[in-house]
Design a protein around this ligand. Structure first.
Ligand code: NAD
Length: 503
């Protein structure tokens, strides 16, 4: 095992030279990343095929092109994002320069997960580099082909003093977590999330934790269930359900369930006319351990409504739907993270809301509602918190760089994508630059603290509550009238303004 103390030490030394802070360095490393993605598009998609049987279309859409677009967005906006931000000033700061400077934290440790091994390593790295940090990348050892490719490519493209890749499993990660990092960005399960957070606490290192959990779907009555079936199943079969924001389970009335199952049967027939086992567009489970865990879930409750086939030799599990599942069934006790989709019949949305809030599975990473009724969508949005929310579709909330991506409560903390990635990896440094003049005004705060000083300070600093009533318009009305009078007096009476007022 490498000497990680030495690695962390040399990277911090490189950071302290200040070179990563310049926009030129940041841009050059982001462009190197772009070059790496473009020159190795085929190798990356091949590695994804080897790890997950991910087809080229899905690899490009969800991984390589996804991060490429995020990267272009960062390059296009870098100078804007990095600019000091002006803030509002009070009366006593009227002569001061006051701004927020975006500082890199230093050396960031990024730990990726295996299910989107390109996206979950490169996307946070874009934010870390754009913000001027050094990056130590630790890809998941579970997606070994992508991990070894990244390990090979990093030294060929990046400034190796400041950007490194380390491969390895639990012993290596455990050793890495003993070192002091200036930021830790972890994606993975919440059990390891707690290990990461405890390790970070030892050094008071800030963390982002991108975790998982059970993301529910509520399907209202009266929807076009053919469309609902297409969208939910697309979200479930993508990456064979190994997606953190995949629909974990559905809640709907028994009547809706029965029609939905029929529609899902038709959808699967359209998605995979030759059957999912023969389809070149259907992923496999990542490892035997994950495969065995998900296979057990086929018998995790309710009735087998669709699918259920599996093949140990290929780690293949067909898209599977279980109907008439109850909240107490085994499949409802943990995140599925595979292509098995339980449907739990409920009386109405109130029962669904009560389950999400009180059922013990925690605040979901994603919450989905299918309904034509805007009031019902609003009711669920208001009643249940989640990392992200999407009405009438699945996964799509994660595709827009202007929306933050992240969990809350036990689905994680912090967020990224687009500018949120840059902000995550930036310390917002409060800066005030004052002159050495006007000492008479400043002396008000020095002892002796006389009652006259107290009155003056109170007057200068006093904030007033904003009033939203009709009286709040009075000052504008008075100002407007005075302005009109001013115009009338000082401008030529024959002017159009004069004519307006004289009418
Ligand atoms: P994983 O096994 O790849 O682990 C993630 C990282 O943790 C790896 O780098 C691994 O080396 C490290 N690790 C594993 N065990 C460790 C230990 N004992 N000590 C220290 N480090 C350790 O991925 P996973 O945890 O199986 O990922 C699946 C989970 O991640 C699911 O719950 C999923 O919902 C969640 N996830 C969340 C997001 C998100 O963006 N919120 C994205 C993908 C996955």
């Amino acid at each position: 095992m490498a000497n990680y103390s030495a690695v962390a030490g040399s990277m911090r030394k490189a950071f302290l030279t200040g070179k990563t802070k310049s926009l030129e360095w940041r841009r050059s490393q982001l462009l190197a990343l772009l070059k790496m993605l473009d020159e190795n598009r085929d190798r990356l998609t091949d590695a994804l095929m080897k790890d997950l049987n991910k087809c080229r279309f899905e690899s490009c859409l969800m991984e390589v092109d996804f991060v490429r677009n995020d990267l272009i967005n960062a390059l296009n906006n870098l100078s804007d994002w990095a600019k000091p931000e002006k803030v509002k000033k009070g009366l006593i700061n009227i002569m001061d320069k006051v701004y927020i400077r975006k500082e890199p934290f230093g050396v960031a440790l990024i730990m990726g997960a295996w299910n989107y091994p390109v996206q979950l390593t490169v996307a946070p790295m874009i934010g870390a580099l754009a913000a001027g940090n050094c990056v130590l990348m630790k890809p998941s050892e579970v997606s070994e082909n992508v991990a070894s490719l990244l390990d090979e490519l990093f030294p060929k493209y990046f400034d190796t003093d400041c950007i490194k890749c380390v491969c390895g499993g639990i012993p290596e990660t455990t050793a890495l977590l003993k070192e002091k990092w200036d930021y830790i960005f972890y994606t993975g399960n919440s059990f390891v999330g707690k290990i990461v957070m405890k390790a970070a606490a030892e050094h008071l290192t800030p963390v982002t934790l991108e975790l998982g959990g059970k993301s529910p779907v509520y399907v209202d009555q009266g929807c076009d269930l053919g469309i609902v079936a297409n969208r939910i199943l697309w979200g479930k079969v993508t990456n064979a359900g190994q997606t953190c924001v995949a629909p974990d389970y559905i809640m709907c009335t028994k009547e809706t369930q029965d029609v939905l199952v029929e529609k899902m049967k038709a959808t699967l027939g359209e998605f995979y006319p030759e059957g999912p086992a023969k389809s070149p567009y259907y992923c496999r489970l990542i490892t035997d351990r994950h495969y065995q865990r998900v296979k057990k879930m086929i018998n995790g409750g309710g009735k087998l409504a669709l699918g259920g086939e599996s093949d140990d030799s290929q780690r293949f599990i067909a898209p599977t739907v279980l109907s008439d599942v109850t909240f107490s069934d085994p499949i409802m006790q943990e995140e599925v993270f595979g292509p098995v989709l339980p449907i739990v019949p409920v009386k109405n949305e109130d029962e669904a809301i009560a389950h999400i809030n009180e059922g013990g599975t925690g605040t979901p990473l994603a919450l989905y509602v299918f309904s034509n009724n805007q009031q019902l969508i609003q009711k669920i949005l208001d009643s249940v918190n989640s990392g992200g929310f999407c009405a009438n579709d699945i996964l799509m909330q994660g595709s827009l760089p202007t929306l933050p991506f992240g969990g809350v409560g036990n689905s994680g903390m912090g967020c990224y994508h687009g500018k949120f990635s840059f902000d995550t990896f930036s310390h917002k440094r409060a800066c005030m630059e004052r002159g050495l003049k006007m000492e008479s005004v400043n002396s008000m705060r020095y002892p002796p603290c006389t009652s006259q000083k107290e009155k003056t300070a109170a007057w200068l600093l006093k904030k007033k509550l904003k009033s939203n009533g009709p009286m709040s318009y009075v000052p504008y009305f008075i100002f407007g009238t005075l302005f009109a009078v001013f115009l009338k007096i000082f401008f030529a009476p024959e002017s159009s303004i004069y004519n307006i007022f004289s009418k």
